[in-house]
Ligand binder design. Structure first.
Ligand code: AHG
Ligand code: MN
Ligand code: MN
Ligand code: MN
Length: 336
């Protein structure tokens, strides 16, 4: 403990380098960390706290909500809404943006989150996570509207996730590299354990839901066919495959040992009128900022995700991210 650094110490040190920093951002990150600790606690108790299974409600995405989706969302809103660091919040589980409670001070940040990512894994006791993105609220605005949230990913002040796996780990970037902090359950603090995380440029591991193969577009079909062909194919090497079905866990694996993760557009999604499966503002954008900050790349196959001008809070996009050389290869196949 004596030579370890807590998340709060780390953020304070980073903020000292910025002239004019008021400490508000440090307090916001602290609140986000507190919410993730509370969600981690809920996730860890599982059936003991009666948080497994589905609720009887549907979210705006048309998904049946898990009990833990609702609890995680409530924790995020409650912990981050009262302390005066955010002006408004938006969530996967809320149709509309959420203003800070009546009487609470309005802060200068907008907070966007996926309170529980991979929630279909909750009941089978496999990793889930929380994804968040911090944007600046436009100055001089009393009540932010949805339009104020519609900023491209390049405008994010901070992006991060908490992964509730064998241990709870928080990974974040403020645009100055990527750092990981493990929750020390005994003292209740996130401790810097993974400084300067970087993604190797090359990889032999891919992650995609293969059950959608027949719906994919030609460039994705070609890329995966070539990976699967292995040593005997045009790539001349064998590939390994993983699919956790929690984007947080996939991205964390890629930050740890490289890889490429894809949730591409396909004919099945198109027939439902969807532009992809994953949501731009609280899944694709924060993860793309982290991946780029770690030296990787992130694209829809056709354009850099962080450059997309969002049209709505719950917009969906295709996602291809991870080790740079593989992502560039997929982009190349889309150009041919
Ligand atoms: P969420 O649980 O927040 O709705 O997100 C689930 C997402 C993502 O984390 C994962 O990569 C993907 O959906 C899993 O999709 P499949 O069910 O098609 O495997
Ligand atoms: Mn969901
Ligand atoms: Mn998600
Ligand atoms: Mn979710």
């Amino acid at each position: 403990m004596l030579d370890s650094k807590t998340l709060t110490q780390f953020i304070i040190e980073e903020q000292r380098k910025i002239s004019g920093a008021t400490g508000e951002f440090t307090l916001l990150v602290n609140d986000i960390a507190t919410s993730c600790k509370a969600i981690s606690d809920g996730v860890n108790h599982g059936a003991l706290a009666d948080v497994l299974g589905s609720a009887e409600s549907e979210n705006v995405q048309g998904e049946t909500q898990k009990k833990m989706d609702i609890l995680s969302n409530d924790i995020m809103l409650h912990v981050n809404g009262h302390n005066g660091h955010v002006a408004a919040m938006a969530s996967e589980e809320l149709e509309e943006i959420s203003a800070v409670p009546q009487g609470a001070k309005h802060g200068k940040y907008l907070l966007v989150f996926d309170p529980l990512d991979g929630s279909s894994n909750m009941d089978i006791n496999v990793s889930v996570g929380t994804i968040f993105s911090v944007l600046r609220a436009p100055e001089g605005i009393e009540e932010p509207t949805e339009a104020d949230f519609l900023q491209p990913g390049t405008q994010q002040v901070c992006a991060g996730y908490a992964l509730y796996g064998p241990c709870t780990i928080m990974v974040l970037t403020t645009g100055n590299g990527v750092n990981g902090f493990t929750l020390d359950q005994d003292i209740g603090e996130f401790i810097l354990t993974h400084p300067n995380m970087t993604i190797p440029e090359d990889t032999q591991e891919f992650a995609i839901n293969m059950s959608n193969q027949r719906f994919w577009e030609a460039p994705i079909k070609r890329y995966i066919d070539e990976c699967v062909a292995g040593k005997e194919g045009p790539r001349g090497k064998d590939f390994n495959m993983r699919w956790v079905a929690s984007m947080v866990a996939e991205v964390h694996r890629i930050l740890t040992r490289g890889g490429i993760f894809m949730y591409p557009i396909d004919s099945k999604l198109k027939s439902k009128g969807q532009g992809g499966k994953l949501r731009l503002m609280y899944e694709a954008n924060p993860m793309s900022m982290i991946v780029e900050q770690a030296g990787g790349a992130s694209t829809t196959g056709r354009e850099r995700i962080l450059d997309i001008q969002p049209q709505e809070i719950h917009q969906r996009v295709p996602v291809v991210l991870g080790s740079k050389n593989e992502v560039e290869r997929v982009t190349g196949y889309h150009q041919q």
